[in-house]
Structure formats: C-alpha cells, structure tokens
Design a binder for this molecule. Sequence first.
Ligand SMILES: Cc1cc2nc3c(=O)[nH]c(=O)nc-3n(C[C@H](O)[C@H](O)[C@H](O)COP(=O)(O)OP(=O)(O)OC[C@H]3O[C@@H](n4cnc5c(N)ncnc54)[C@H](O)[C@@H]3O)c2cc1C
Length: 600
Amino acid sequence: MLDKAPNGKVSNLLDALDKALSAGEVEDAVDLFQADCYWRDLVTFTWNIKTMEGKDQVRDMLKARLADTQPSNWKIADGEDASEADGITESWIQFETAVARGFGHLRLRDGRIWTLLTTMSELKGHEEPVGFDRPMGAKHGAERNRKTWKEEREAETAELGHTRQPYCVIVGGGQGGIALGARLRQLNVPTIIVEKNERPGDSWRTRYKSLCLHDPVWYDHLPYLPFPRNWPVFSPKDKIGDWLEMYTKVMELNYWGSTVCKKASYDEKTHEWIVVVERDGKEIVLKPKQLVLATGMSAKANMPKFEGMDVFKGDQHHSSQHPGPDKYKNKKAVVIGSNNSAHDICAALWEAGADVTMVQRSTTHIVRSDSLMELGLASLYSEQAVQSGMTTAKADLIFASLPYKILHEFQIPVYNAIRERDADFYKRLEKAGFLLDYGDDDSGLFMKYLRRGSGYYIDVGASELIANGSIKLKSGVGVKKLTEHSVILSDGTELPADLVVYATGYGSMNGWAADLISKGVADKVGKVWGLGSNTTKDPGPWEGEQRNMWKPTQQEALWFHGGNLHQSRHYSQFLSLQLKARMEGIPTPVYGLQKVHHLG
Ligand SMILES: Cc1cc2nc3c(=O)[nH]c(=O)nc-3n(C[C@H](O)[C@H](O)[C@H](O)COP(=O)(O)OP(=O)(O)OC[C@H]3O[C@@H](n4cnc5c(N)ncnc54)[C@H](O)[C@@H]3O)c2cc1C
C-alpha cells in the first residue's frame, strides 16, 4: 500500500525515479513529473547551469544525458524529513552520479514532481580535505631537511606563475575572485588571482566613504568561514575590505595584488590561454588552461558624455570615483541618477552640509531596508531564520530551487505587501516628485537585480531627505549640457554646480571580455547577466538562467564569475567543480550550451 505520510510519499517517488533512471526508462521517469514541472540542474546531469521547463525538456535532457550520468541511490537526505503544507510535499534529497555526489530539493504536487533541484556537492575521489580528511599540519616523526608550512607556502609562491603554470587564472580579486579562489584551493586546482588594486578588499575600500553593504550579514557569508556572530548586520565598506584581506591570507590564496591583466588570447591548438599581466612594472605571461573573468558587474563605469563637460570648472566624476563629501560643505552638488549610489552619495553630501540636487531621468524602485529585511529576506536570511535552524547552505539551496520562470510570482505578493505596509512612505515620495516603479511586473527588487542589475535603491535614509525636500529633486528630466558653473537640464532649468557626480551605473561584464580579449570573443560570448525576461534592459528570448554566469560560454575555457556576496558564495561551488573536473580529465559534455541572442 502506498505510504501517504510525507516521508513515505517522497520515498515512493524517489524509488520510482531511481528505478526508471537505472533502467534507462526515460518515459517512466518523465511520467513522474507534473505537466508544468521544473528541473533545475547545477552541474550534475548537464555540466551546465540549466533549468528544464516542462516534460518535453526533461525528456530531451534525459535522452541526451542519462546514459553518461548514471544516477543512482536517490533518497531523502540523511537526517532530513519531508514536510507538507498547502498541498505541496517537499524534501531535501541526495543521490549519486557516476562521478559525483549530489544534493537537492524536491517539491511534489498531486504526487508528481513539480520542482526538482539537483546540485553537485563533490566529485568522487576529489573530495575536499575536511573533517576526518583534514590535513595534519604537523608532520610527526623525524625527517632531514624538512620544510615548514611557511617554507612550503613560500616555495609555492615563488614557483607558481614563474616556473610552474597555474591551471586557472582569475582576473579580478574582489569578493568574487576571492571566493572562487578559496574553493579552487580546497580542490587543489593551482590558481592565481590577478588584481590591479594593491590589497584584497580594495575594491570596497575605494568606493565612496559612506558606503555600507545593503545586504545583511546572513546573506553575505563567504564560503568556509562565516562571519562571527557579533559581525554587524550591514558591513561598513572598509570592514568588509579587511575581512576579505584576512580571508585571502588564511585561505592561502595565490593573490597577485598590484597586477594588471593587460590582455589575453586563447591558443586553440594548445588549448591554453596566453595572459599578459604587468606586475611591479614587469610583464609576465601566464599560460593557464582556464580563464575566469571576475572583474565585477559593478566595476565598468558607465560615464555619460554631455556637451560642455570639457568647460565645466567644478569637480566632476563617476560615482565610482567619488571621494566622499568632506570637501563639499556649503558647495552646490548635482547628482545625476537615482539608484543606490546616487541616493547614498546625495545623503552623505547633505550630511556634510552641501546643497544637493538629484536629477532623476526615469522611474526607480525604492524599497525600505527594514521592509525588505522583514518581508523579503527574513524567512531565509535573518537572525530569526538562524534561530529556527536555517543554515546558509540550506537557504541558498531553497532560493536556488525556485525556478526563475516563476520566481516573479513568488516575489509579487511580497512587494504588494511592502507597498501596503509603506503606503504612506511611497505617497510622500511621490508628492515630492519622485518617479517610482516596482519593476515591470511589480515583482520588485530582486527580479530587477537578476534581470538587469540596476534600477533600485534600498532605502536607508535618503528617501526621507527627498520626501522632506532636504535633498532637492528634479525628476522626469535629463541633462542637456554643462556650462562652466552649472548643469542645464532638458526642461531648461539651470542648476548652479560646484560638483557633478555621474551616478549613471555600470556596463556589462561582456565589456571586460572585449577590453581584455577581443571584440570577436566578446561578441561570440554575447551579453552577460539577465534572464531574457523581455522586461526593461533584459530583452528576450527567455534564457531560463542568467546569461553566461558561472557556466560554460561559447568561448572554450572562458568563464564569468561575480554577483553579490550570496551569488559569489553559492555559485563559486559549481564553477569550482566544473573547473576541477576539467583539470582531472573527467568528461564534461555540456548539455544545452546557451545560444547567443544579444551582443554586450
Ligand atoms: C555602491 C555599491 C554598493 C553595493 N552594495 C552591495 C551590497 O550591499 N551587497 C553586495 O553583495 N553587493 C553590493 N554591490 C555590488 C558589488 O559591486 C558587488 O557585490 C561586488 O563588488 C562584486 O564583487 P566582484 O568580485 O564580482 O567585483 P569587484 O568587487 O568589482 O571586483 C572586481 C575586481 O576586478 C579588478 N579588475 C578589473 N579589471 C582588472 C584587470 N584588467 N586586471 C586586474 N584586475 C582587474 C578590479 O580592480 C576589482 O577589484 C554594490 C556595488 C556598488 C557599486
């Protein structure tokens, strides 16, 4: 008789799935899925990051990949129980493939699979040295000419990149490069991180003075080494810089600071990159098999070109170059733009006693930090979540288990609730002339981030200054030109200015490929980021996953890594396993390599 308790339902389903897959009976396996099913695979079946939507896509993938993958041992994850609510049965699951161990998440509706997440935890025979397998550190016994840990580290540093080539070079040593470097170190993949700034953490330190992380601590942990329990909720930028520097040291990363990657090209014959870097004024050529661009999605400044910029006599710079407000007391500041940086910079300038005007050309999504924390993130990333047993790894996987295709449906009610809760706040902002939006389909901040990576401000105080007129606002207008001492707007308004800050955002990571490799490779790879949602700045067709991030691209051996701290932590696991498998010569046939629909 069929067991109707949650554990029984899940076990029955997994047994049937195991049986069908082991027997190579694709149709029997497909029958276990709902018509509107989603199977998101992080590297286990597809050697890709891919969501199969609907039974046909599940069938196609299995037909292509089942024989190689040889999945087995599907069961409820050790120590876990299935649960049931609102007609959905869900469970953590584990399984194996021929070469890896996998962990995942399952949701059943009406006894069939609605969502399935399969993720690679480790490659068999290449497990990370943890727990019982942790390194001894000391070498007991006696040995002539033995080397200490320090001497071994020094020898490695002297060799790698000079007499021995790294397998992987990561360009960009911000949190993205550092998190991936840490994972590759644990997997014993010789790697050099190349960073043009002097010290790890400088990409945060060099940002404007008042910056604190907008995401809370529970969302921001790095792999292996969580922040201590007394770490502030919102890290000040210099503090996160110091953490990254400490992390780089204790995780024993080969980090080449003050080193600029000047160019890179791929030798199709040797399957090797030729990466030219400049270190201490000296050119060095590195020849890795894999090249990762972790150069930042918020690092390639979009600097607008306006008539008169060359005659303007005051200070003018992109927000990424803004030094902070100290020298602008009693000065007139005009900030072009209305997203996160613009708000933070306006508020800091106002605090320092400047006369500040924000110029808002188009609508912006604003969400109050408190509301976002409570209604948007609390169930997965908060102290309450921690207290109720939620771990970072589980939170990341639950988030990953929600298919992008329907993620907005989960987000819309959250932002509707936020709009209701903060109705008075939004009314006052509108009254001050601020142009609001909530995303093209009212799905709010997170979808905007995934789709276009811009267009919002998490309010930590600047909105009140706009609502009460302390920060002046000109909305619905653009910049026509600059004169020696002012900014002229498209409606003819003249704003006297001693300082103009262009908080005009950042260009696509694709631009880095064009700069460092070639326009040809950048075009071959196409746009980086976005889902193909056919919303503003994220043109269709639907891609199902973020373009080019953390997965194989149309250019052999070229990878993109980055995103916020959560994404860097989570997806570095899957990118590191893809790189490790290649280094070990494990076959990695990529299923469903994305097509390119848009250039950078
Ligand atoms: C104002 C602001 C606020 C933000 N707030 C948050 C937040 O609260 N939470 C969050 O998670 N994210 C936040 N972000 C996004 C933030 O940019 C990223 O999370 C983070 O910086 C991304 O890390 P990264 O390693 O991918 O890129 P970056 O930190 O941008 O690092 C890229 C690195 O590449 C280096 N580089 C580039 N080209 C070369 C080259 N040719 N040679 C050598 N080195 C090179 C750069 O020097 C840089 O250090 C914010 C961004 C900005 C601008």
